[in-house]
Design a protein. Structure first.
Length: 113
C-alpha cells in the first residue's frame, strides 16, 4: 500500500484551469498504473484517467482532450492538468494505485461562476 496526498484543488470559473498534484510517501516506480478518480456530489466515484509506468495514458470520454495525466517517478508525484473546466467537473478528486486499496482524503474541485 502506498499512501498518497492530493492537493491543488480549488474554486475556478468555467473555462478555467487547475493542476492537481498527488504526492506519494514512497517510491511509485513499482506501481504499474496510477489513476485519478473523482466523486461528484450525490454520485458514485468514477475513474477519470490513468497512466502506466511507461507513460501510456487513458481518459474517460468526458475529459479526453481537456485533462492531461502525468507522473514523475523520481519525485514520487502524479499530476492532473485540467483545462476548459466545466461545472460537471466539480467533485472531490483522488489519486490511487489502480490495483491498490488505499484512498486518500482527496482534493475538492469546484467549477462555478
Amino acid at each position: 500500500q502506498v499512501q498518497l496526498v492530493e492537493s491543488g484543488g480549488g474554486l475556478v470559473q468555467p473555462g478555467g484551469s487547475l493542476r492537481l498534484s498527488c504526492a506519494a510517501v514512497r517510491s511509485i516506480l513499482s506501481i504499474k498504473i496510477m489513476a485519478w478518480y473523482r466523486q461528484a456530489p450525490g454520485k458514485e466515484r468514477e475513474w477519470v484517467a490513468d497512466i502506466s509506468s511507461s507513460g501510456s495514458t487513458n481518459y474517460v470520454d468526458s475529459v479526453n482532450g481537456r485533462f492531461t495525466i502525468s507522473r514523475n517517478n523520481a519525485k514520487n508525484m502524479v499530476y492532473l492538468e485540467m483545462n476548459s473546466l466545466q461545472p460537471e467537473d466539480t467533485g472531490v478528486y483522488y489519486c490511487k494505485d489502480i490495483w491498490g486499496d488505499y484512498w486518500g482524503q482527496g482534493t475538492q474541485v469546484t467549477v462555478s461562476s
